[in-house]
Design a protein around this ligand. Structure first.
Ligand SMILES: Cc1cc2nc3c(=O)[nH]c(=O)nc-3n(C[C@H](O)[C@H](O)[C@H](O)COP(=O)(O)OP(=O)(O)OC[C@H]3O[C@@H](n4cnc5c(N)ncnc54)[C@H](O)[C@@H]3O)c2cc1C
Length: 136
């Protein structure tokens, strides 16, 4: 099987550790099998193991941990939606409020995980709004 290498980016150049993973060459039995080791897969495993530490959880990744969007994103921890145009959405005002609250809770939860798990990720409050061409 051909494993693709990480794209050359900030995270790859500054990562302070590597993760040893094994190629799957055998038949495994597990309680939960998660496909994909991005933020969704890794956090699903984390929360499932918090719910039940006895669960035998396997994460299968076809390339490398964080190989997809999770390892090449802007790294900005923001609440809110990526579009302010809700007119085409079929949500009620009440539903939009609930969704908005999810985004606030998500930011809070990431910060809690960084603290509880002592993740050395140089967290900085704020965000970058960059113009990359003259038209911006
Ligand atoms: C350019 C860019 C910038 C972004 N900036 C931000 C930001 O600033 N802030 C923010 O919060 N979000 C940002 N995002 C969004 C965020 O990165 C994604 O929402 C998040 O990473 C999605 O995580 P994921 O685990 O669902 O997917 P991914 O990280 O893509 O993980 C999916 C994994 O599954 C693996 N996989 C796929 N198919 C299989 C298979 N059949 N078998 C085994 N493994 C498989 C892939 O190799 C990959 O590793 C950005 C996204 C992009 C692309």
């Amino acid at each position: 099987m051909y494993l693709m290498d990480y794209s050359d980016n900030y995270y790859v150049r500054t990562k302070a550790f590597s993760i040893n993973t094994n190629k799957l060459n055998e038949s495994l039995q597990c309680d939960v099998c998660i496909i994909g080791a991005g933020l969704s897969g890794i956090s699903s495993a984390l929360y499932l193991s918090k719910l039940n530490p006895d669960l035998n959880i396997v994460i299968l990744e076809k390339n490398k941990v964080g190989w997809g969007a999770s390892g090449r994103n802007g790294g900005q921890l923001l609440h809110g939606f990526s579009s302010e145009n809700y007119s085409s959405q079929k949500h009620t005002q009440e539903e939009i409020k609930i969704l908005w609250q999810f985004t606030l809770d998500a930011v809070r939860e990431v910060k809690k995980n960084i603290k509880d798990l002592n993740i050395q990720c140089d967290l900085i409050e704020g965000y970058v709004l960059a113009a990359v061409s003259k038209s911006h």
